[in-house]
Design a protein around this ligand. Structure first.
Ligand SMILES: Nc1ncnc2c1ncn2[C@@H]1O[C@H](COP(=O)(O)OP(=O)(O)OP(=O)(O)O)[C@@H](O)[C@H]1O
Ligand SMILES: [Zn+2]
Ligand SMILES: [Zn+2]
Length: 848
């Protein structure tokens, strides 16, 4: 097929440009441009980056008015065809632009921006006399001043015809006007090209360029002064392979000059070779072999293998209690997938929080694994990504964006802790990695494993529902711990009772006794603080003043390290005041992070206790997690104290006590998922205790001891919790009995916003009525859509913009995303007020 036209999505984030634009494919690019290619194209007066999403033999548009593609940025398209298709689906499903979906799929390194370059003006072909040398063309007609000549000579002398405008102006300070003059008279021209944020890394390599027969004669020809050169050549001939220049220099203690002389003489070839930055190159991972499967693992493994072997789509919800050996199942099914010549993706909630997971996969699969880690440098991430794209690895492990790992023959996607909210991206594109994973698996006829000890109600309901949809996951359960150990006993302590009996400490008597016993026996404890809701704000105890952000309706957060107050939404920061700005009182209190308070209380109660604190403050540095966890594993501490971070995936043999300081802070959250979140957290932390030989014990402190999520968690009873929670959800038509779309409208002027929010909701309602969708959720029909609001958002003002929201609730097979998007678009087009914004969040996880 001879394609002349490429349809390109340009990297210009505006509603008007969210459609493909047609460009002519220049002849020399014909063989190279593919769907998924990244290109630089002229757009208005700029050059922008874009992605080819379709190829056409022809265009409906006038060829004369169409522009050609300016440059092709990679030889291998960064996006395989299936990801381009996936982006189209995402854009529809999540009501986001195509460019935002495509950008989410590539590493930051490839988010190129146009850079301006200056070059000598190449004469156009018609006027070029082949006899005329370059020199003649420039030197002759326009009479250059001395200054101008120096600039032109500098460009020539630097060999490259291309030089960034920035570089040139920096090299000739104060000569801006001269350079502009040269541009005006056409001696120089300026072009724009896309420059990537990071380049491939290369090293110089050297190889002997002398054949075996010649070797002796050549070596004999060296003079006595060239002894060092001779040594180098001899060495290279002996090893007989290409070595990095650095290696040669450090082995033989010679200078680069010596090697260069050999290159000049033609005895050695020096080249640039691409290298991959490997963030784990200095780390050794203990190799592990597959464990003999337990009977439960065997059954689960069999079910998944069937689908893998058939190369069919199949989804599984693996509900296994903590320590049941889910990770071992992931690894063994992945091994099977690889042996079939296919590749696998492992998704984990937040990879920097799960170093043990990375260790286990590296230990089993070695250099077959690429790690997509947010803490890696842009360059390192780019290289890990290239290993995937170029087929050098078979397994990718990473947080939600790893779902886009560009494998060519994907066979399996594993999503560990599938209930975690971090799988939902809160910025545009607001996708949920679970739904994207299922979609990708369908495209590839691959298997999906959603694993959790506490599956989300959405997944559980889908697996359980009677009118089993085609894509619903199959429920697989594992109820016993793989090691044979029992789940720990859990005790609930009523903190109100403690107070009544005169205990004002944050530790109940039972938890206190528990920690003391561990100290005596040389065992370890994990203390968990439910951070949500713990105060880090500043309050005056005299007048009740609370420091708030002037631009956002939210209180400022106290940061101990820098001793200032910061707004989490807009970044506003002020030094922490020492007296109340309102009444001048000195009784103004700073509440540090909850963990700091617990830590100081611990050392008061147990002098000499060794505590490792793990929270946002102690884990900002790269690798700090690993360090802290290793220290704990090496028994350099008695207590690991932390927030959510200590709840996940940790497996330490000597931890026999887990204490939950305040279980219910997350219950008081205005969110219909708060009971579910609390149950999940408690189950997860409790699961850290007694995983090996020593039996475990858990103490949960709470002010609401009779809340069903706490009671069921204390009995390890997921099924009863779910039954009760589903009843509440059903009564209120919350997910999984409906789906939600949260629409947030914002503007600086409150009265205007109010009117627009009313209008928007009315338009939406009207359109839904026309379609016959609108109705009360109590209605006994499958397809129905209801609209709640508008109301002020829970945070009514951010960055000086007021916010109103409305909630769309629907069920059945309605295309609600499309409805909301079209109403929003019509309204924005009619408004012509660019300051008015509508943000659409499909399947929201945070209702703020
Ligand atoms: N077949 C097996 N035989 C013996 N030990 C096993 C087996 N499978 C897993 N284990 C061990 O049991 C422990 C728990 O296994 P694993 O971490 O895979 O469970 P998990 O379900 O992923 O745990 P969690 O969800 O609590 O993080 C680990 O120490 C693991 O090495
Ligand atoms: Zn005050
Ligand atoms: Zn703010």
């Amino acid at each position: 097929m001879n394609f002349k036209i490429a349809r390109v999505i340009v990297d210009v984030p505006s509603r008007q440009t969210d459609r493909p634009f047609d460009y002519i494919i220049p002849d020399e690019m014909r063989d190279w441009i593919e769907i998924g290619s990244r290109v630089g194209v002229p757009f208005g007066h700029r050059t922008v980056q874009g992605f080819v999403i379709d190829l056409r033999p022809d265009s409906e548009l006038n060829f004369a008015r169409m522009k050609p593609i300016q440059e092709l940025l990679d030889l291998i398209p960064p996006l395989p065809m299936d990801l381009v298709k996936l982006a189209e689906w995402m854009s529809h499903r999540y009501a986001c632009s195509m460019i935002s979906a495509l950008q989410a799929m590539i590493p930051t390194a490839l988010k190129g921006k146009a850079e301006r370059y200056i070059q000598l003006n190449e004469p156009s072909e018609s006027t070029t006399d082949p006899e005329q040398t370059e020199e003649a063309v420039y030197a002759a007609p326009p009479l250059l001043t001395g200054e101008e000549e120096r600039i032109v000579d500098y460009i020539k002398a630097n060999g490259s015809m291309l030089m960034t405008t920035a570089h040139l102006s920096a090299h000739f300070p104060g000569q801006g006007e001269t350079i502009k003059g040269l541009l005006r008279t056409g001696v120089l021209t300026e072009t724009q090209m896309i420059k990537d944020k990071v380049r491939k890394k290369t090293v110089k390599t050297v190889t002997a360029a002398v054949s075996g027969e010649q070797a002796e004669a050549v070596l004999a020809s060296f003079s006595a002064q060239a002894r060092r050169q001779k040594e180098v050549l001899q060495f290279l001939l002996e090893v007989g392979v290409t070595l990095s220049l650095q290696e040669v220099l450090s082995t033989l203690h010679v200078t680069a000059g010596t090697v260069k002389k050999l290159v000049e003489k033609g005895f050695v070839v020096m080249e640039d070779a691409e290298v991959f930055r490997d963030p784990y190159q200095d780390r050794r991972f203990k190799r592990t072999d597959p464990l003999p499967r337990t009977p439960e693992q065997e059954w689960v493994y069999g079910k998944i293998s069937e689908v893998l072997d058939n190369r069919a789509y199949g989804a599984f919800l693996l509900h296994g209690v903590t320590g049941s050996g889910k990770t071992e199942v992931y690894m063994q099914t992945i091994e099977r997938c690889i042996s079939l010549g296919r590749q696998a993706i492992v998704l984990v909630p937040e990879i920097s929080l799960t170093p043990q997971m990375v260790e286990r996969f590296k230990g089993r699969f070695g250099n077959k694994v690429a790690v997509m880690h947010s803490r890696l440098s842009t360059g390192e991430r780019y290289d890990e990504w290239r290993k995937i794209r170029e087929g050098r690895v078979q397994v990718a492990i990473g947080a939600r964006s790893a779902v886009f790992a560009p494998f060519s023959d994907l066979g399996l996607i594993v999503m560990d802790e599938e209930h975690e909210t971090s799988y939902k991206q809160e910025e545009t594109p607001k996708y949920h990695a679970r739904d994207v994973a299922i979609r990708r698996a369908k495209q590839h006829h691959a298997a999906v494993i959603l694993g959790s000890a506490t599956p989300s109600l959405e997944s559980y309901h889908a697996a359980r529902s009677l009118n089993n949809e085609q894509y619903a996951p199959m429920l697989l359960e594992m109820n016993a711990r793989a090691s044979g150990s029992k789940l720990p006993g859990i005790q609930i302590v009523d903190m109100r009772e403690e107070l009544r009996e005169g205990n004002r400490s944050m530790f109940s008597r039972d938890l206190h006794a528990g920690i003391a016993a561990r100290l005596e026996r040389g065992e370890q404890s994990v203390l968990f603080l439910n951070r949500r809701g713990f105060s880090t704000f500043v309050m005056c105890r005299t007048c009740g003043y609370v420091a708030g952000c002037p631009d956002c309706d939210i209180s400022l957060t106290y940061h101990q390290k820098s001793n200032n107050l910061r707004c989490h939404y807009c970044g506003y920061a002020v030094p922490a005041p020492s007296v109340c700005p309102e009444c001048g009182s000195e009784h103004i209190r700073y509440f540090g992070t909850g963990t700091q308070r617990v830590e100081s209380e611990l050392s008061k109660l147990f002098p000499g206790i060794r505590v490792i604190r793990m929270d946002v403050d102690t884990t900002t540095e790269k690798g700090s997690h690993e360090k802290l966890l290793k220290a704990f594993r090496d028994k350099k501490a008695d207590v690991l104290l932390g927030t959510q971070m200590v709840a996940k995936g940790l497996d330490f043999p000597d931890v026999t006590l887990v204490g939950v300081i305040a279980a219910d802070t997350s219950l008081n959250f205005p969110d219909f998922r708060s009971a579910e979140k609390t149950f999940q957290l408690l189950t997860q932390v409790a699961g850290r205790a007694g995983r090996h030989q020593l039996p475990g014990e858990v103490v949960i402190q709470t002010y609401i001891p009779d809340h069903y999520s706490i009671i069921h968690a204390s009995q390890h009873d997921y099924n009863s919790f779910v039954r009760e929670e589903l009843q509440h959800r059903k009564a209120l038509h919350y997910p999984p009995y409906s789906r939600l779309i949260l629409v947030t409208l914002s503007h600086e002027k409150l009265p205007l916003l109010l009117r627009m929010a009313e209008n928007f909701t009315a338009n939406l309602r009207g359109k839904a009525q026309q379609l016959g969708w609108f109705g009360n959720m109590d209605r006994f029909t499958r397809d129905v859509l209801d609209i709640l609001g508008p109301v002020a958002s829970p945070i009514p003002r951010i960055k000086n913009r007021y916010r109103f929201q409305c909630m769309v609730k629907y069920r059945g097979s309605l295309d609600a995303s499309e409805l909301v998007r079209s109403v929003a678009e019509t309204m924005l087009n009619d408004m012509r007020d660019s300051s008015f914004q509508i943000s659409i969040d499909v399947d929201p996880q945070m209702l703020m």
